[in-house]
Write a protein that binds this ligand. Structure first.
Ligand code: GUN
Length: 292
């Protein structure tokens, strides 16, 4: 039986309309809307595109969005000052520093400067530390991993005692999603570029989170029959047959995986729309925490 296709766009739209209602209520009650501040440094086209989508989604839901755009050669002090200005701005309830930052800017220092209660990306070392520790709860969890967890819940995936394999160990996705799966009582294995015989590790997984950034890397016959697959990859590949000449594929070969998995997320339209939605959820939460 082919897998259930997990439609993140649909889940995201449902959640976004609930957030829009909350945002309208908040604005009516307080006289100002929840606000997201974005710090964007440099001219990475993908980062500009992500930030545009994030700001547009927030504005569509009735949230305010504020941007500080700095050039590629911005200094550490200039980026720090932009973060500090947003920490001090009462209209800004949540702050997002778009990653990656240019090499002359130290990411850890900048992320540490974000006010803890405005850290809607969940990347402040204290929030990540709380996520890593037993019995502690971070104020905010990172958007993409949280979106993966919501999609798993959406398909009723059992995590307690399940073997979960995360492919990729990035600070943005692989590491935090592994911590979240552990908190949900899964037995978690993290694979990465140095893992030996990744196929045999994936073969044991009841849940697979693919976030390695390699187009169609995981094949259907690597999966355990019935596995639930969340594909975080969004890889642009040449496709002379399509009108634009390219298309997007995930880190999992969908055509073969769909016949083995019990559920698999779409690419595009799976995790991507959930990332933005979770950022909106966090911004709403930050606003409510500030103004009870
Ligand atoms: N770059 C790629 N994904 C993300 C994300 O979720 N948040 C931030 N801040 N930067 C990113």
């Amino acid at each position: 039986m082919p897998a259930v296709i997990i439609d993140g766009q649909q889940v995201a739209e449902r959640m976004r309309s609930a957030i829009a209602e909350e945002a309208a209520q908040f604005a009516a009650q307080h006289g100002f809307p929840p606000g997201l501040g974005v710090v964007l440094v440099g001219d990475n086209p993908a980062s500009h595109q992500y930030v545009r989508m994030k700001r547009r989604a927030c504005e569509k839901a009735g949230m305010a969005s504020f941007a500080a755009e700095l050039p590629q050669n911005a200094t550490q002090d200039q980026v720090a000052a932009a973060v500090q200005a947003m920490n001090d701005d009462p209209r800004v309830h949540g702050i997002l520093v778009q990653l990656p930052l240019p090499p002359q800017v130290d990411e850890q220092t900048i992320l540490s400067l974000v006010s803890l209660d405005k850290d809607v990306d969940g990347f402040h070392p204290l929030n990540i530390g709380a996520l890593a520790m037993k019995g502690r709860d971070p104020l905010f969890t990172p958007a993409t991993p949280t979106g993966c967890m919501v999609l798993l819940e959406e398909v009723g995936a059992v995590l307690d005692g399940a073997n979960a394999v995360v492919i990729g160990r990035s600070n943005i996705v692989g590491l935090p999603v592994a911590l979240m799966l552990m908190k949900a009582n899964a037995t978690v294995t993290v694979c990465h570029s140095r893992t030996r015989d990744m196929r045999s590790v994936i073969q044991r997984a009841d849940v697979v989170i693919a976030a390695i950034g390699k187009p169609e890397y995981v094949k259907g016959d690597w999966l355990k029959p019935g596995a639930v697959v969340i594909d975080v990859g969004t890889n642009k590949i040449d496709d002379p047959g399509s009108p634009q000449g390219y298309r997007f594929v995930g880190d999992v070969e969908f055509a073969s995986a769909v016949n083995v998995a019990s559920a698999i997320s779409k690419v595009p339209g799976g995790v991507g729309p959930m990332t933005i939605t979770m950022l909106m959820v966090n911004t709403m939460k930050a606003a409510k925490r500030r103004v009870p």
